[in-house]
Design a protein around this ligand. Structure first.
Ligand code: HEM
Length: 406
């Protein structure tokens, strides 16, 4: 760590300064817990990497930022791009405009609404697992064969898209979120082209729903009013794109980590098989211990957070895994304890942008674990597997599992 500096152009920094290229970092184990050593020193540090930005690494500090939207704007998604050309809705909106979207979207994601999807979800999860079993090989890639396909089918249902587009959407998701193309320029080019294809598909749906509305989220969003005006096609497209980015990969990546833990901890697996009522608490603990999102904000007025002064225009990001692994907030924070109570984690964020899909996500995770363990209770990670983490949300690219065929 270098000495605290005073930067004439930017903020008078009184917190530690580092140069941490997190985009290229290869942890010895998993990503979770890597910020512990930074947090021991200070709740916030200044990163000199890229354009320079702050990073908050404690529960208290992260909560303070999440709960002060008047100081920390959501107009950005990464600290590396302070002036993005995109405006994903509602994630990148602030203030009254954001509140209007949230008010109208809330009923579509309320617990009662997601409850109605229970049977459909259970059926889809069962179908996918039965397909795996029908191959009779006693093995699968949990990520490709289940964890990506399950949330994608639910997403297609919600958006009113035919389920036979599953392969196409899974392929798009992979190309955007988990590209393994080594060359950064080529990777960005392919991701950009794929994003255009996704937008093309959504544009067609929006046009179709304008003519013939159905019982799906896009048709309902066509009736929204913002400042008394109907929503434009461009804004609807930004909303669909955000749903695609927020709703698919998050659940599949969390499922990947949940199965990673359960495969490595047969004692926890045995507990949830004997007592499936434990699954909701296990899900909360997996969300806490494997929090995958690293939100970013742009400072809009000069402020001091946890003793660290920041100026309007400064950027800040905060790995939610750092909050969830903070010993000051969670007893034995590094331990995955499926019996944990009072689990006040922030895997879904907090404040006005708290995850809109949290009820849906929880239900998907619970049903996936229930249906899987009814059919395939005993499994292991294929010996010799080298696990690779990639992606906008840090996830396993593949998780080969095997079991003894019945
Ligand atoms: C395990 C799964 C999920 C996790 C961990 C997760 C996490 C998050 C987090 C941390 C945020 C807040 C970001 C911020 O403060 O900037 C967020 C926002 C959001 N999430 Fe999720 N999410 C998950 C699943 C879903 C699903 C399934 C959907 C919908 C299908 C969804 C839709 C959204 C939307 C629309 C927002 C933006 C809310 C707003 O800006 O007001 N999420 N999510």
């Amino acid at each position: 760590m270098t000495q605290p500096r005073v930067d004439g152009d930017k903020s008078a920094v009184t917190c530690p300064v580092r140069d941490f290229n997190y985009t290229d970092y290869k942890p010895a184990g998993t990503w979770f817990g890597i910020y512990d050593k930074f947090a021991e020193e200070s709740p916030i540090y200044r990163n000199e990497f890229g354009p320079g930005f702050f990073t908050a690494v404690t529960y208290e500090g992260i909560l303070e930022i999440l709960q002060h939207p008047e100081t920390f704007s959501n107009s950005v998604v990464t600290p590396l791009d302070p002036d993005p050309q995109v405006k994903w809705i509602p994630e990148m909106l602030d203030g009254a405009e954001h509140a209007q979207w949230r008010r109208q979207l809330a009923p579509l994601f309320a617990p009662k609404t997601t409850e109605k999807l229970e049977e459909k979800m259970r059926h889809r999860a069962g179908e996918l697992i039965d397909d795996i079993l029908a191959k009779n090989t006693g093995k699968c890639d949990l990520i490709a064969d289940f964890a990506q396909r399950f949330p994608t089918t639910i997403f297609l249902e919600l958006m009113g898209l035919p389920v036979d587009e599953l392969d196409q959407f899974t392929e798009w998701e992979d190309a955007i979120m988990h590209s393994t193309i080594a060359d950064m320029e080529e990777r960005n080019r392919v991701a950009g082209a794929t994003m255009m294809a996704v937008m093309g598909r959504f544009s067609t749906i929006i046009a179709e729903r304008r003519v013939t509305p159905q019982d799906d989220i896009i048709s309902k969003a066509l009736e929204f009013r913002i400042d008394g005006e109907p929503v434009s096609d461009a804004d609807l497209l930004s909303f669909c794109l955000l749903m695609f980015m927020a709703g698919l990969d998050t659940v599949s990546v969390t499922l990947g980590w949940s199965f990673y833990h359960l495969a490595n901890h047969p004692e926890d697996r045995a507990e949830i098989i004997v007592n499936p009522d434990l699954i909701p608490s296990a899900v909360e603990e997996f969300l806490r211990a494997f929090a995958i999102i690293v939100p970013a904000r742009k400072v809009v007025t000069d402020t001091v957070v946890q003793g660290c002064p920041m100026k309007a225009g400064d950027m800040i990001n905060f790995p939610l895994s750092a909050a969830n692994r903070d010993e000051a907030a969670f007893h034995e924070a590094a331990k995955v304890d499926i019996y944990r109570t009072g689990n006040n984690h922030v895997a879904f964020g907090a404040g006005p942008h708290r995850c809109l899909g949290s009820h849906l996500a929880r239900r998907e995770l619970r049903i996936a674990l229930e249906e899987w363990h009814k059919r395939i209770p005993n499994y292991r990670i294929t010996p010799g597997t080298e696990l690779v983490e990639t992606g906008a949300q840090i996830g396993l690219t593949s998780l080969p599992l095997e079991w003894d065929p019945a």
